[in-house]
Write a protein that binds this ligand. Structure first.
Ligand SMILES: [Zn+2]
Length: 189
């Protein structure tokens, strides 16, 4: 088996090669259900290891001394993988992603660096740091809400906070896939 390291980028522009290796690749389960997005580099490793097959290509070619390889745009795992319902770790990044960087109180969308997390039930009132009690929040609303419970200050999250679900992931995949026509048939059905 050839290691992916032996493959060189085709073409004279290394920027193109870099882009090719970091292009997002849609990962399908053996059942064709979209389950993830990874970088082309990772997808190529999976294909070379015989873990996944290339379903669609992105137009780039990689060369080694012995063969050439088309860079995938969509790959499919050869063995069905059970996906647990909650695979996402509870983290600031994932909470912001779930809430699409939108303050759940005033609806303002800001870059991640300008957002904070709000405990719906404040920690000082016994609120826990869980998917169900953390929401994306702008600093202004966070300060305004202070240590009040939602009904005390009239500030309720726009959406009931839930764990990051497959539904949310699918939404993200669709947003990313909008630019890649080859992803569409797997994502829009
Ligand atoms: Zn706000």
């Amino acid at each position: 088996m050839e290691s992916h390291r032996k493959f060189r980028y085709h073409g004279e522009y290394t920027e193109r090669g870099y882009a090719a290796m970091h292009a997002p690749v849609l990962v399908l389960n053996a059942s064709y259900e979209p389950i993830n997005i990874c970088a082309a580099r990772r997808a190529i490793v999976l294909v070379l290891k015989g873990v996944a097959s290339t379903e669609e290509i992105n137009g780039f070619l990689l060369h080694s001394s012995r063969s050439s390889l088309r860079v995938p745009s969509v790959i499919r795992l050869l063995e069905y993988r059970r996906i647990p319902h909650q695979t996402r770790a509870l983290s600031r990044k994932n909470i912001l992603m779930r809430d699409r960087n939108t303050c759940q109180y005033c609806g303002l969308s800001l870059p991640s660096g300008e957002m904070t997390l709000d405990h719906v039930i404040p920690r000082s009132r016994g609120g826990l740091s869980t998917w169900e009690n953390l929401v994306a929040c702008c600093h202004e609303c966070n300060r305004r809400k202070g240590n009040a419970l939602p009904h005390e200050c009239g500030m309720k999250p726009a959406k009931e906070p839930k764990p990051f679900s497959m539904h949310t992931s699918r939404h993200l995949m669709r947003m990313m896939g909008r630019s890649d026509a080859k992803w569409r048939k797997y994502l829009f059905y």
